[in-house]
Design a protein around this ligand. Structure first.
Ligand code: SF4
Length: 359
């Protein structure tokens, strides 16, 4: 009795025709060429990678040719592909295979995985394509196809989600023809079960059993952890000056910038101008008494992980009777450099060159 994994495997293998998407590294079993193609394709689009692959195969037809290549020449060959560590790892692994393994490409999953620059995905791909090792590849295509077909609600960017998909991939893998199966699922994801514009109605032979299709939720998969929406916070900082000294305070509360220093401040729910702010009770409580307005700054913005901070700075001259608050410290402007401020305040002070002139 075929189970839910057999159904998937049979449909996929029935759909797959290697000639539909010909690639120079498909349907070959030379591990060296397969490895070359996999490393080139790690961070490169297939179309761009194809030209580089052909160039490399021509210039370095064996692993010995690659191992003996001068590093500068190899880097030049790699130019335009970026991520040069890939080329350096490729070179190091080629030397290892050529000179330490006598040119014999490792034939076990662990052996392949131990090559420099080869991770689990690449090891599964090389192992299955070149040696028929029963390892399922796990890339973005595989995550998408399996999460849609089986309606996986666990976020695929979580540890549990990754485990769940890996378990399914293992169960659906055609152990007799792992290379073909791996190529099939990647091709299927790239050409039919596409991220946008999936060809469910027109080209998918699996739609009858596909949960996402049945529930009309194709684009809800793969599920990802909800991105935290950044909150916006608006701060007004007051640089209250009395005869060359200003008030600062240490931020002791459990909040952003804990243990850094700032100026007396007010936080508002939305962008507020000084005239409106001046009328508020909070402002009167904070500053009170008489003051002269010296300057107002433009808005400053700082992106933190979970929030965006918008700040404005108001320089006010207060009278010598102004006592401030118990938690504030009065310091001479020139001493201010001895205290650590959040970046957004530093930027304001730097912009005004206040460190040089006044602080
Ligand atoms: S029906 Fe659509 S979503 Fe489901 S496997 Fe086919 S292409 Fe992917």
């Amino acid at each position: 009795m075929p189970d839910k994994y057999d159904d998937f495997r049979v449909s996929l293998m029935g759909w797959y025709k290697p000639s539909d998407r010909p690639m120079p590294w498909k349907e070959i079993d030379n591990p060296y060429f397969i490895w070359l193609s996999e490393i080139i394709l790690q961070q490169t689009r297939v179309e761009q990678g194809k030209d580089y692959y052909l160039k490399f195969v021509e210039k370095y037809p064996t692993v010995f040719d690659l191992a003996k290549a001068p590093e500068d020449e190899l880097m030049k060959m790699w130019e335009g592909l970026g991520y040069y560590s890939r080329a350096r790892n490729l070179h190091a692994a080629a030397k290892h295979i050529a000179f330490e393994l006598d040119g014999k490409f490792p034939e076990t999953y662990e052996g392949i995985l131990s090559l420099k620059g080869v991770g689990p995905y690449t090891a599964a791909a090389i192992g299955s394509f070149a040696f028929g090792l029963p390892y399922a590849v796990l890339d973005g295509n595989v995550y998408r196809v399996l999460s849609r077909y089986y309606g996986i609600e666990t976020p695929t960017d979580s540890t549990e989600g990754k485990k769940e998909i890996a378990g399914i991939a293992e169960s659906v893998l055609d152990k007799e023809r792992p290379g073909k199966f791996n190529q099939a699922i990647m091709d299927f994801g790239a050409t039919v079960c596409k991220p946008k514009g999936a060809l469910c109605e027109t080209a998918c032979t699996m739609r009858q059993k596909c949960l996402a299709f049945k529930e009309k939720r194709v684009y809800e998969f793969p599920v990802r952890k909800k991105k935290l929406k950044k909150t916006l916070r608006f701060f007004h900082f007051f640089i209250l000056e009395d005869n060359g000294s200003v008030f600062i305070r240490k931020r002791t509360e459990k909040d952003i910038w804990q243990n850094l220093y700032d100026f007396p401040s007010l936080e508002t729910e939305k962008e507020t101008d000084f005239t409106a702010l001046e009328k508020s009770d909070a402002f009167k409580e904070l500053v009170g008494g008489d003051y002269n307005i010296k300057t107002h700054s433009q808005s400053y913005k700082q992106e933190l992980t979970h929030r965006t901070v918008i700040a404005r700075f108001h320089e006010l001259e207060v009278s010598s009777n102004f006592a401030g608050n118990d938690n504030w410290t009065k310091v001479e402007r020139k001493e201010i450099r001895n205290f650590a401020f959040p970046k957004i305040i530093d930027r304001y002070l730097n912009d005004k060159s206040l460190y040089l002139k006044l602080f």
